[in-house]
Write a protein that binds this ligand. Structure first.
Ligand SMILES: Cc1cc2nc3c(=O)[nH]c(=O)nc-3n(C[C@H](O)[C@H](O)[C@H](O)COP(=O)(O)OP(=O)(O)OC[C@H]3O[C@@H](n4cnc5c(N)ncnc54)[C@H](O)[C@@H]3O)c2cc1C
Length: 413
């Protein structure tokens, strides 16, 4: 076993959140060692582009050029994931047998795809998308596929459905729940979103369980409770689970994600922080600790932890926001909606634009928009400022119009 005496900050995971920690540490003047231990062989890259077009050949998705790490003295070690943490000794052990010591440890291990629990899920021609390597495999398969079945009507499934459709395939989305995006988007906005995908040519089967995938040597059909679908390519996206096993092994509190406080420190060990998809944190806009899977969350949480370590502590209270590009549909969400909120859908000034405003106790808490980036930006500004907006304030108008009239620029009234 080799020992590398890194100390300083050791980040486990070279994704969006891990990159944010390392780059913000240096931008904040931290000059002790910064080491990123990454399981993947690629330097930190963006995942969103992977599901928004076909990637059959080389693709540039890296966040920054390699010189960025050299110039800032960030130790980036690729292709050697961490397999154990020893909080008492303050060391981690990598798969290749390297022991690395830390002053602060940041877990930024992300999430993995929920496996598809049906017979035949391991057949060739069945894929899930998380990494750059997955995207290249799916991209190559898409160039030849005629009948594509997407299992799961979530963000990644719908994005991939539209990518496959644009490539000329027949596309069916099979969703177990009674509607698309049942956890992420309001029931009020969903019919319009569904109609746009169906209008474009995607066949959508909701309330439909997949029983098995079948084929001789590779997938040829999807057996659902309502019938059999021909398929030469199956892509599934049925949710993700946090990669919190290292924290669990280290004896840190875990509950579907590493449990952290408002400064993103493990509630068990303040020398360990967790950020991004793997962290469950108390958010002032949520009733209980939440785990969010978004670029905004990964970037902002990574930056907050880095600033705290560099000496500028602050609680985490960034406004959650998200986007998903599904063919000609741009879905954007600002704020956090919960199931009890009252939602009002309002048409935009053109036929493509639509907004759903969610109110709790008659105060705006979240806004979902279709093809309306200006209203999304107005929502982010309004919600971030904490300007109270009631359903009556928004009657017959938009957040953009209120802002232009100076009505959402006021401080809390
Ligand atoms: C296909 C796809 C499309 C998406 N599109 C959008 C979008 O449009 N908008 C949006 O806001 N969000 C989108 N997301 C979500 C967003 O990409 C994630 O929320 C974000 O990447 C989370 O950052 P992270 O650093 O927490 O995790 P990741 O970016 O997943 O990085 C975690 C890294 O840690 C590594 N790792 C895990 N365990 C270990 C270990 N033991 N040792 C070392 N390394 C380890 C993993 O290999 C991985 O590289 C998308 C995600 C996917 C997969």
């Amino acid at each position: 076993m080799t020992s590398i005496s890194a100390a300083g900050v050791v980040v486990v995971g070279g994704g969006q959140a891990g990159f944010s920690v390392a780059s913000t540490l240096r931008a904040s003047g931290y000059d002790d060692p910064v080491t990123v231990l990454a399981a993947e062989p690629h330097a930190p890259y963006q995942r969103p582009p992977l599901s928004k077009k076909v990637h059959a050949g080389p693709v540039r998705v890296e966040l920054v050029p390699e010189s960025f790490y050299r110039d800032r003295d960030i130790g980036l070690r690729l292709g050697d994931g961490v397999i154990a943490v020893d909080p008492a000794a303050r060391t981690v052990l990598t798969r290749h047998g390297k022991r690395v010591s830390y002053e602060h440890l940041v877990l930024a291990t992300g999430a993995r795809n929920r496996p598809l629990p049906v017979p035949g899920a391991e057949l060739p021609g069945v894929h899930a998308l998380r990494s750059l390597d997955d995207a290249l495999t799916i991209g190559r398969a898409l160039t030849a596929a005629r009948d594509v079945v997407v299992i799961g009507g979530g963000f990644i499934g719908l994005e991939l459905a539209r990518v496959a459709l644009a490539g000329g395939a027949r596309v069916t989305v099979v969703e177990l729940a009674g509607r698309l995006l049942s956890r992420a988007v309001s029931a009020e906005l969903e019919p319009s979103l569904r109609q746009r995908h169906e209008h474009a040519g995607v066949r959508i089967l909701t309330g439909t369980a997949v029983r098995a995938l079948e084929g001789e040597g590779r997938v040829e059909r999807v057996v659902t409770e309502h019938g059999v679908l021909p398929a030469d390519l199956v892509v599934y996206g049925i949710g993700a689970v946090p990669r919190d096993e290292l924290a669990r092994q280290a004896g840190l509190a875990v509950r579907d994600g590493v449990l952290v406080d408002e400064q993103l420190r493990s509630v068990t060990d303040p020398r360990v922080s967790a950020v991004g998809d793997c962290a469950r944190h108390p958010h002032p806009r949520a009733a209980g600790p939440v785990r969010l899977e978004s670029v905004q969350n990964a970037v902002d949480q990574g930056a907050l932890v880095a600033r705290r370590i560099a000496g500028a502590a602050a609680p985490y209270e960034s406004l959650p926001w998200f986007w998903s590009d599904q063919g000609d549909v741009k879905l954007q969400i600002a704020g956090l909606r919960t199931s009890g909120d009252e939602v009002r859908v309002a048409p935009g000034d053109t036929a493509e634009r639509l907004a759903a405003y969610a109110f709790r106790d008659d105060l705006l808490v979240a806004v979902e928009t279709l093809n309306w980036p200006a209203e999304h930006l107005a929502a982010r500004r309004t919600l971030q400022r904490g300007t109270p907006v009631s359903a009556a304030d928004l009657s017959g108008t938009t957040l953009g119009a209120l802002a232009r009239a100076g009505r959402t620029a006021e401080v809390r009234r």
